[in-house]
Every structure is written in structure tokens, then in C-alpha cells.
Design a protein around this ligand. Structure first.
Ligand code: IMP
Ligand code: MG
Length: 194
């Protein structure tokens, strides 16, 4: 069965593109002021944070490099964080003695970012801060420091702008809420041909 058109299960658009872009420009300006005179390493957690990173870095005027790491906490089909995370891809560069800014799509229970902060702080960066586009504050299970926050959102599952539903729909330029009653997850290929 083909992947559903998102219109078939869209409940509402929570944050339209123009609001995302305006807020991201503000965050970039704030980061640029705070790190003035310094150099920065922006670390993106794959894959949800990719869109946010690329738009954010356009507004960061201090010299900065980027790097990527991947963590798994959600299995395909799952809607809740497992509360346990695994480092599936490490950074390519050393962070020791550098200013590091973690760029995340969303902080939900907080387990993912808490674990990443643990791992990275052992490497003795000069500083380690967190920038998240979305903060589902109501759902927090572990306390995590958030230095830059785009939007606080209600406790609803969201997709678009980097965030996926079973790995699809990350390309949408807005943050949306699905009507899960109308959503049909992609079916595994029963023929076993792929
Ligand atoms: P946490 O460990 O519970 O804070 O979960 C953080 C990760 O779960 C995020 O980086 C996302 O990958 C994923 N996640 C949490 N809430 C949502 C959501 O509403 N939509 C899509 N992904 C989500
Ligand atoms: Mg993520």
C-alpha cells in the first residue's frame, strides 16, 4: 500500500512555517550574541533535528562547525519514549575544550537528551548547552537543562519539520498534529522482496 497523503490524517497544523522561521531567526540571533567572540560546534541529533539545524545555522553569525550523532529511543511504530537510549552513531570530531551546542527537535520525557549530555560531558567540552525547537514540558520525567527553546507545546504527538511518523513526513515545512484514528502505518513488505 502506498504511503498515505498527510492530508488524510492531518488533525491540525500546530506551528505554521512562518512562525517556525521567525522563532528560529530569534534563536539564532540569541545564540550569536551569547557566543560572540567564540567558536562553536553545533551537534545535531539525527534524524529529527536536521531541518532545525540547517535553518538555525543560517542565523548563527559566530564561526561554527557542525557534527552529527544518532541515538535510538523510538522504534518504528512506537509513540512513547522507551526511557532507554542507545548511541547508534558517534561524532566524527573531538569536542574536548570546545563550546558545544546540542541541537534537538523535541524534548519529551528528557531521557534522550539526559543520556546524550552524560556521554558528551565525559569528553570535557569547554561548555555544553542545549537548544531544542520543541519542548513538551508536561511529559518531562528527568530534569534537563534547556538553554534555548523554540516553543513549548502541549502533550500531543506531532510530526513534520524533521519529526517523523514511522520515518515519513519529515519533509513538511510545519509542525502538525495527526489524527491517529485516520493514520495507517506503512505496511512491511509481505513478499519479502525489499
Ligand atoms: P525523549 O527521550 O522522551 O525526550 O524523546 C525525545 C525523542 O523522541 C525526540 O528526539 C524525538 O525523536 C522523539 N519524539 C518525542 N516526541 C515526539 C513527537 O511528538 N513526534 C515525533 N517524535 C517525537
Ligand atoms: Mg530526536
Amino acid at each position: 500500500m502506498p504511503i498515505q497523503d498527510y492530508h488524510d490524517f492531518l488533525d491540525k497544523i500546530l506551528i505554521p512555517e512562518d512562525r517556525l522561521m521567525a522563532r528560529i531567526a530569534e534563536l539564532g540571533a540569541e545564540i550569536s550574541r551569547d557566543y560572540a567572540g567564540e567558536e562553536l560546534l553545533m551537534v545535531c541529533i539525527l534524524r529529527g533535528g536536521v531541518m532545525f539545524l540547517t535553518d538555525l545555522m543560517k542565523h548563527v553569525t559566530v564561526p561554527h562547525a557542525i557534527d552529527f550523532m544518532a541515538i535510538s529511543s523510538y522504534g518504528a511504530g512506537a509513540r512513547q519514549s522507551a526511557g532507554r537510549v542507545r548511541l547508534t552513531m558517534d561524532l566524527r570530531t573531538s569536542i574536548t575544550g570546545r563550546h558545544v551546542l546540542l541541537v534537538e527537535d523535541i524534548i519529551d520525557s528528557g531521557h534522550t537528551i539526559a543520556e546524550v549530555l552524560n556521554i558528551l560531558s565525559l569528553r570535557q567540552p569547554k561548555s555544553l548547552k542545549v537548544c531544542t525547537l520543541l519542548d513538551k514540558a508536561e511529559r518531562r520525567e528527568v530534569e534537563v537543562p534547556i538553554h534555548y527553546r523554540g516553543f513549548v507545546i502541549p502533550n500531543e504527538f506531532v510530526f513534520g519539520y524533521g519529526l517523523d511518523m514511522d520515518e515519513y513526513y519529515r519533509n513538511l515545512p510545519f509542525i502538525a498534529v495527526p489524527d491517529l484514528k485516520r493514520y495507517r502505518p506503512p505496511q512491511p513488505d509481505l513478499e519479502g522482496t525489499s
